[in-house]
Design a protein around this ligand. Structure first.
Ligand code: SF4
Ligand code: SF4
Length: 286
C-alpha cells in the first residue's frame, strides 16, 4: 500500500485544504486524520461514523484505602512527588511508572488504564476515514496517531484499497513523528514567510531522518513573492522537488465553510493550482 502524508512545520498553512483536494481527486483511497489534537479533515468529508472506541494511552496508580497500612514505602519511591504525606495519590502528578505498586507490601496499589481519547472510523463522501480526538490535557498523542494509522490500514484492507492519504499534525512533535513512520511519501506544505521557511527546514530534517521522499508545495505563494523565491532556492539546494505554488484565494475558505474542497469549485484559482499539484505528484510518485 502507498501512503502519502501531508505535513507542515506549523498550523494554518493550508495542509488540510490540500489533503482535502487530494481526497477529492484521488480515485480509490482511504483517508486518515492524524491531527489528533485538532482534527479537521472531516469538515470536508461529511463522515458517518461506522465504529468508535476509547483510547487508553496511559496508566495511573490507584490506591485501595482499605488495604493500605500507611507504611509510606510508596511515597519514598515515587520520583514524581505524586504521593502526599497522607499517602494519597495525585492523579495529575502520577506518571504511571508503577514503582509504588511494586514496593507496596500489601498490594494496595493497582495501575489502571485511563481513557484519554476516542478513535473513529467512518464512511465519508470521499472514502473511508479513520480519525481520533485526544482529550484536552492528555499527552499520549503519538500512540493515538499510531492507532489511527492502524485503523486506516484496517479500512484499506477491508475495502481492498491500495492508497492511503494522511493529514498529519502540525509542528515537529511526537504526533508528527508517529505519523511520519512508515509512510511512502510526505508532501510538505509551507507559506511564504520567514517563520514558514524556518519551520520547513525543521520538518524536512525530521522527514529526511526517516529516509522518506519529500515534496514541497508553497501555499499562498503570491502573498510574498520574495520569500517564495527564497523557499524555492532552499528546495533546490536540498533537492526537494517543488510540486507547485498555490495562490491566495478566498474561495478556499468559502468552500471549506460549506464542507467542500477548493478543487470542487471550477472558478477557484487555488483549486486549479491544487489540481496541478495533484497531477504532478501522481506523475512523479504514483
Ligand atoms: S505510578 Fe509512579 S508516578 Fe504514579 S504514584 Fe506510583 S510511583 Fe508515583
Ligand atoms: S506502600 Fe502500600 S501500604 Fe504503604 S502507604 Fe503506600 S499504599 Fe499504603
Amino acid at each position: 500500500m502507498k501512503s502519502v502524508l501531508f505535513l507542515s512545520g506549523k498550523g494554518g498553512t493550508g495542509k488540510t485544504s490540500l489533503a482535502g483536494a487530494f481526497a477529492f481527486l484521488a480515485k480509490e483511497k482511504v483517508l486518515a486524520d492524524c491531527d489528533v489534537d485538532a482534527a479537521n479533515l472531516h469538515l470536508l468529508l461529511d463522515p458517518k461514523i461506522t465504529s468508535e472506541g476509547n483510547f487508553q494511552g496511559i496508566k495511573l496508580a490507584v490506591k485501595d484505602d482499605e488495604k493500605c497500612t500507611s507504611c509510606g514505602k510508596c511515597r519514598e519511591v515515587c520520583r514524581f512527588q505524586a504521593i502526599d504525606e497522607n499517602f494519597t495519590i495525585d492523579s495529575y502528578m502520577c506518571e504511571g511508572c508503577g514503582a509504588c505498586a511494586y514496593v507496596c507490601p500489601v498490594d494496595a496499589i493497582t495501575l489502571l488504564l485511563v481513557d484519554c481519547g476516542r478513535w473513529y472510523t467512518a464512511q465519508s463522501r470521499l472514502g473511508p476515514l479513520a480519525s481520533a480526538e485526544l482529550y484536552p490535557g492528555e499527552e499520549t498523542s503519538g500512540k493515538l496517531v499510531s492507532l489511527v494509522k492502524e485503523k486506516a490500514a484496517g479500512l484499506a484492507k477491508e475495502t481492498k484499497v491500495e492508497a492511503l492519504l494522511i493529514d498529519g499534525a502540525p509542528g515537529i512533535g511526537c504526533p508528527v513523528i508517529a505519523s511520519v513512520r512508515g509512510v511512502s511519501a510526505v508532501i510538505l506544505v509551507t507559506e511564504p514567510s520567514l517563520s514558514g521557511l524556518h519551520d520547513l527546514k525543521r520538518i524536512l530534517g525530521v522527514v529526511r531522518h526517516f529516509g522518506i521522499p519529500a515534496y514541497l508545495v508553497i501555499n499562498k505563494a503570491d502573498i510574498n513573492e520574495k520569500v517564495s523565491e527564497k523557499i524555492e532556492a532552499f528546495a533546490a539546494q536540498e533537492q526537494l522537488p517543488v510540486l507547485g505554488r498555490i495562490p491566495h484565494d478566498r474561495k478556499v475558505t468559502e468552500m471549506m465553510v460549506v464542507g467542500k474542497s477548493a478543487v470542487e469549485d471550477a472558478e477557484s484559482p487555488a483549486g486549479a493550482a491544487m489540481s496541478v499539484v495533484f497531477e504532478r505528484f501522481t506523475e512523479v510518485f504514483l
